[in-house]
Design a protein around this ligand. Sequence first.
Ligand code: SF4
Length: 562
Amino acid sequence: MEREEMPVDVLFVGAGPANLAGAIRLMNLINEHNEAVGEGRKEGEVYDEPMIAVLEKGSRVGAHQLSGAVLDPKALDELFPEWRTFDDFPVERFIERDEMVFLTNGGAMKAPWVPPEMNNMGKPIISLGRFCEWLAEKAEEMGVMIFPGFAGDQILWDGDTVIGVRTGDKGVGPDGQPRDNFEPGMDLTSPVTIIGEGPRGHLARQVIHKRKLDAGKNPMVYEIGCKEILELPAGSVKESFAVHGLGYPLDMKTFGGWFMYSMGGDKVCLGLLIALDAKDPNMDCHKELQKLKLHPYIKGVVGEGKVIKYGAKSVTIGGWGSVPKLSTDGAMLVGDSASFLNPFRVKGIHLSMKTGMLAAETAFQAMVSGDASDSTLKAYQAAVENSWVGKEMDHSKNFHANFEGGIISGMIKTGMQYLFGPGSSIKPFSADYAHMKQLKDFYKSGPQLEDKLEYDGKYIMRKLDSVFLSGTMHDEHQPAHLLIEDTEICATKCLEEFGNPCTKFCPAQVYNMVENEESGRLEMQVDFSNCVHCKTCDIRDPYQIIKWVPPQGGEGPEWGIM
Ligand code: SF4
């Protein structure tokens, strides 16, 4: 098959905050270099028309971006020191009330004190999708080429060196055969490939696995976050607030928390995060989010609202101990793909942006020297470690491990480390899926009582109604992008031992056990067109037999202002 090949100088995979900030930083460096060479202050080649490309699997930049999000503007201040004066900066609101609240079954307690690192006063609340659109516009104005609608399908290797990325074929039928509209994927080749695909990146995993970049590291671990945007009656959201919370609806053994931020107009976003190492095989973040909205404290704020948007995403929470080696010959890892999120502050956009910018600085060194082997690219690792990213991540390095024994002991250990420092060693922890308990062990005293939720399609949502609000779309005439190695395990062992947990934890009801009309037994049906690309199944499945691969580029959720 003939494939188009496109050589570029530097290839960024994923148009998230890490790579867009990186592409802008790289263009700044190229422009400064060209100016200095032109004025005779520096020797070297002038890069007249540098080919800097960004691939994005969503239909447009921002379509697959979802976060809270309160932005720590530290990296943005470095990239655009004047951003506060820009008329087109997409801020929802600047925070005027910042609180932390603990919910009991029916009550709420405001925390009397929060650590300064968690102080959000004055920070901008953003829609990550709109923020990435804005960054993409800035990058394109500088000459960066952005290709939305192209999913990176495989890494191109020359031996052990990454030489680019092949995008996925389009127009392949469910039987794997080309259809009339078949378009072969393209080979984008580059001396330097910067991978920033978000959490549990498909290509990042290929590179980490082949080059053993995670040797001696903790596994990457995650939370699932489900988020809704509610529209309230006109004039009801009078102030700008960010509230972070713990407690209800989660028990004291399950790590997680919720957030509620005012957005532009009369909109409020509400989200719940639950660690994917939750022991309960019936953990269902979407359902818990619906329960959260029935709590009197939350209902008092958004109870008059109507849900207008929904999304779900996995969030990396392993911290510093889960960050793999960041470079190999021809490639670097940035942002969530390399576990850059501070789990203590539940913030990662600023860290992602800065890692993208540091990777761009190293990529520029590789352009100038003509050497993109790891002997040049490993400078990126040192730059991260010596930057404020390294210091911030180091301070919270044992946060996840602290909570393995439950919330109370986790808070005590975290408090001690906050006061006396985190120590020099990184505590080990195991992968999320290994923590799930079998039904008989978790529900020793009998089966869990079904929560009775009264769905109204306006405030309390069924999963499929929520999926509709996520704007998710996949052509059904293509191979499923969720590969189950052995569906016999679903119908037998998993049903008996865990009760098919994917039918609960999937926030988009992709997995359904359906009665086989002939045999009468329950068998797995995968409705892949509902998938919102959160990767939870790939991470939490207790048998590790589910693999998420990218569907055709340009498909999946359309998160708009999420
Ligand atoms: Fe998330 Fe997997 Fe469900 Fe898709 S199928 S929404 S990746 S849990």
